[in-house]
Write a protein of this length. Sequence first.
Length: 207
Amino acid sequence: MLLFKFPFGPLKTNALLLGCSETKKAAVIDPALGSSDAVLEKAEEMGLSIDKILLTHSHWDHFADAQNMKEKTGAPVYVHALDAENLRTPGSDGLPLLFPLRSVDPDHFFVDGERFKVGHLNIEVIHTPGHSPGGVCFYVPAHHLLISGDTLFQGCMGGLHLPTANADEMKGSLKKLSLLPPDTRVVPGHGPDTTIGKESWLKKFNH
Ligand SMILES: [Zn+2]
Ligand SMILES: [Zn+2]
C-alpha cells in the first residue's frame, strides 16, 4: 500500500493519494483546493494510475479540485448520496463559499458497509453522519488504516457547529469507530495522524 498526504487550501485539508503497490492502481481522496497538480505529479513519479476519486463528504474544502481531477484522469467520483447535492450545486449545503467552485457530477453513491477495491486493496465504507449527513470513513483492514475525513481528528471529533451537523448522529458514528482495533492508524481530513487507541476519549461512546 502507498499513501501520500497533501495538505492544501486555506483549511489545510488533507488530500490523499492511496495506491496499490502491486497493481499501481490508485485513488485520490478529498482533492482539496489547488492540490491536483501536486497529486498528479506524485502519481506520475510513483507510476500510479488514478482510477477513482473518493470523497469523505461534500464540504467545499474536500471537493474543490474534484472536477479538475476528474477531467485530468477520467476517473469517476464517489460520494454518499446524502452529500451529493452540494457537489452539483456548490454552496447548497449552507456553508459560506469564499470563492466560486466548480461543480462536479458524482458517478457512484456509497452505502454503509459497501466494499470496493483500489487495485488489490480492499476498502470498507463506514457511514459516519454527524459532521455532515453523508459523511463516510474508509477502512482498510489489511493495513490497519482508517481514513476518517472530518469525523475524527487527533484529539477531537469533527465540528458540529455547521448547518450540516447533527450531534446525535455523531455519537452513533463515533461508537462505530470506537469498536475498531486500537492499533488502527487514523488519517483525518485535517491535521496529523493518530490511532483509535490513542483517542481514549472515544471509549465513552462505546456502549
Ligand atoms: Zn467538513
Ligand atoms: Zn474539512
